[in-house]
Each structure stands twice: as C-alpha cells, then as structure tokens.
Write a protein that binds this ligand. Sequence first.
Ligand code: PHB
Length: 395
Amino acid sequence: MKLLRTLVAACALTTIAAAADAQTVKIGFITSYTGQNATVGVLMDKALDLYLKEHTKDLPAGVKVEVLRRDDTGPNPEVAKRLATELITRDKVDVLTGVIWTPNAMAIGPLAGEAKTPFLIMNAGTSSITTTSPYVARVSFTLWQSSLPLGQWAAKNNLKKVYVLTSDYGPGNDAQAAFTKGFTDGGGTVVDSVKMPIQTQDFAPYLQKVKDAKPDAVFVFVPAGIQATGVIKAYSNLGLPQAGIKLIGPGDITPDEELPNMGDFAVGTITMFHYSAAANRPANKAFVAAWKRAYGADTNPNFNAVQVWDGMQAIFDAIRAEKGKMSGEKTMAFWKGWKFDSPRGPIMIDPETRDIVQNEYLRRLEKVDGKLANVELETFATAVKDPWKVLNNKK
Ligand code: PHB
C-alpha cells in the first residue's frame, strides 16, 4: 500500500513537471470572417494557416502555439472591444493580433495597454493607432507611407489637377491628407476632395462628378477587398479612361486577389505600395510558391496575407527569444528594432514608434501572361518610417 502511494505521488509529480515543461503560447487572432471585407479576413486566415503549417516545427522544443480565432464582423469597435476583453481576461492570451479595421484597432489599443498584453496590428493603417498605447506595434503599413510619396510622384509626372476621393474614416482621411501634402508641396492642385461612406458599394455617383470636373487624374482610397473592384468598374463603365482621366492611389485600390475580377480597363492604374504578388524578390518568389502549393496554382497571396506572414514571424521570433515563457514587457522590448527579410523586402519595427519601416514601390497595373499584375516599376523610397509621426514628432 505504501509502495502504491509512493508510486501515485511520483506519477502526480511527473505530471505536474510535464505540465510545467510544456509551454503553450496563446495568440488571439481577430479578423473579419463575416461582414465587410470577409474576403480579406479569409485570406488573412489562410496566411496564418500557411505560416503555422510551415513553421510550427521551428518552435523551441516543448513550446506549443494555440491560436484563438475571432470574428469582429467588420468595422465594429464594440464587437472588437468585447472580443479583445474576453481574449485578455478569460483566455489570458499572450499576444493579440490581426485586425483589418482602424476603428477596431483604436478600440483594442487602450485595452492592450491596461492589460500589458502586446497587440501586433496586421492590417489597420491609420497612423495614430500606435499612439493609443505602448503595447501596440504594427507590421502592416500606414496610408501616409504610400500616399505622401504618390503625391510627390504625381506632381513630378505631369499631373497638374487631381480629384481626391476617400472613404470617410481614419485611413481615408490620412490618405487624403498625405496625398494632398505630397502633391501640393510639389506644385499640384487638388480640384476637389470628397469623402465616401465607409460601406458604400456604389461608386458611380462619385466618379461621374470626377468625370464632369475633368481633372488629369483621380486619387482614390477605399479599404481594399471587393470595394476596390467596385471603384475600378465604375471608373471604366463611366468612360473615365477614354476621357483621359488617370486612376491613381495606394495599393488598396488594386489588391492582388481582386485583379481577376477587374477587367482590362484598369490597365495603367498607378499605385504606391509595400507589396505586390508579382514582385520578383527571392523571398517573395518562395512565399508565392508556398501559397500556390497550399491553395492552388491560380491563387495569389495579397498584401494582407504578407502582413499576417510577417506578423507571425515577429511573434515566433519573440517566442524563441523568450523560450516560450512570454511576458508582455519582454515581447514589446523584443519587437522594438525587430528586422526581417520579408517577401515585401527588408522590414523593421521602429524602436521609437513601434511602427513598421519598409520600402514603397511604384507600380503599374499591367497584363502579364494574360493576367493583370501590379508590376513594380521602381523602389520609390527605401526604409520609409511613418511620415505622419516624423512630420508631427509623434511617438
Ligand atoms: C483600416 O481600416 O485601417 C484599413 C482597412 C483596409 C485597408 C486599409 C486600411 O485596405
């Protein structure tokens, strides 16, 4: 009996020791699986799956990752707040990540700060989001990074009058302000700036007014996804290409996954952005090949997918650095200055602002082997920090 008791005790101890050895890192991943931009959410989810499939083997021995996936149902800050609260307090996640929408990221930032839970943004692009808390970092982009240099390019490339059309919320306001600064500082004239409701799918009334104003070009920001195709279709159906009005914008208006839906009238669209599936950097070739192996030869990753891929790399690198024993403070310290040779080119998280530093590529929408592609014409600017923070001295 005594022996049995000793054996049972020994077994219990071994179980406790094993449980202590096996570290499970919990990641709360929030995106839009339904509602506006559900097509984008699904791509982000696929990128997450692909990363886990390819890289789970690279975790330290005894460390496991558990991803808790949540649907914010679109730009709904109240839902985002509830999901983040549950993930922090009930599920006790080590990292919060994902998030397409600025209003949702703005709602989560302060919660992450209070709980000291690192929040790594994989999409939302309004510059000010990272100032909501020292526990926010970003691996995606800001609209200032793309739209300021595009304004500079437009002024130097014979566009004298541009009409500005942007979705009426954070990233649209940033895109408008950034383009206007780059363009007017270079001598260009903005003939009108009009804001469109965030959820509109009917762009014809807006583009008809653009046509009537006869500018050299129209600059557009919409939050990617199927709205981008809506813009391109209205632009071509109303005959703006034939009227000689060029279409320009951040790469959100020509996302790679929507190109097969856009039709040939979009050829010639000029965009500034950090990622194209057509880029021929070796890291991108490998990424696109892995994507095609997993999801089919006719499919491509897009900018949202690469942001998830890179974000997961940042999280896995932090897990390795902390050997699976995660602390919010250490994770944030680790991300400051983190670098990676991404499919989009070299990237870094700025140690001062916790925002992404990356290249901006000038691209032209072209037909390549019978399919539309965002062909990178040049690396327009290298190692770009968020210009809004640089210009306004924000941390
Ligand atoms: C955002 O809400 O910050 C956002 C959403 C979609 C984009 C860009 C920015 O394509």
